[in-house]
Design a protein around this ligand. Structure first.
Ligand code: PRP
Length: 205
């Protein structure tokens, strides 16, 4: 019985493959996959998708397990088991912008890829804001005047720095997580649990 494992493309991909290599998982077929999105080994059927789609595939039982940033779980709240934190993909979710005081004679405007996280953050503070949803390169918004500030992921801080922006408030910190489909965890428990336990063992090192 093979485990279907969905991995996040892009930001987390290399860190995730390095981590699986530490588990003595043969990652060479995954590294050498070229543009293929799905790779089968003796033990696994591995496929690569965008973070939010990893959560959708796991929620719908197409993937038994997924590795995804916790930002995705906070924003989209998929109905999956959030099994364990992993020691990579360390990021902050932050309010950031041009380093100046806000002097607004209109509503404070925030650009973000994460409207739920941003809404919850400002609601908690009792602040009323207008949200502008963007799909990427969110740092452009305050530079071009689309928004006053942004709510976004900060990993190394390079994108903010190179665009003259600063963190104004940290919202939360998070890492990559291993998630599981609820029924897969019952039906394929005998193959899934040893793998999840080994993920956890390295996580504990
Ligand atoms: C993320 C995030 C920031 C950047 C932060 O974007 O939205 O733009 O990474 O990383 P850093 O602190 O290491 O510079 P991503 O690269 O995922 O692409 P996107 O802008 O297209 O969403």
């Amino acid at each position: 019985m093979k485990i279907c494992l969905a991995l996040t493309k892009g930001r987390l991909e290399t860190q995730c493959l390095d981590y699986l290599k530490q588990l003595s998982f043969d990652v060479d077929p995954l590294i050498e996959k070229g543009r293929r999105l799905c790779v089968e080994t003796d033990q696994f059927k591995v496929f690569f998708a965008k973070g939010v789609d990893v959560a959708t595939y796991v929620e719908n039982g197409i993937a038994d397990l997924g590795i995804v940033g916790e930002d995705i779980l906070m924003e989209y709240q998929p109905d999956v088991y959030n099994l364990l934190p992993l020691p990579f993909g360390k990021c902050r979710m932050a309010l950031a912008g041009i380093p100046k005081e806000k002097e607004l004679n209109r509503k404070y405007r925030i650009a973000t890829k994460y409207p739920k996280i941003a809404r919850d953050f400002f609601q908690e503070k009792g602040e009323s804001v207008d949200l502008v949803k963007l799909e990427g390169s969110v740092e452009l918004a305050p530079l071009l005047g689309l928004a006053d500030d942004i709510v976004d992921i900060v990993e190394t801080g390079t994108t903010l720095k190179e665009n003259g922006l600063v963190v104004k408030e940290e919202i939360t910190t998070f890492t990559a997580r291993c998630i599981a489909n609820r029924s897969s965890l019952k039906v394929k428990r005998s193959v899934i649990m040893p793998f999840v336990e080994s993920l956890g063992k390295v996580a504990a090192l």
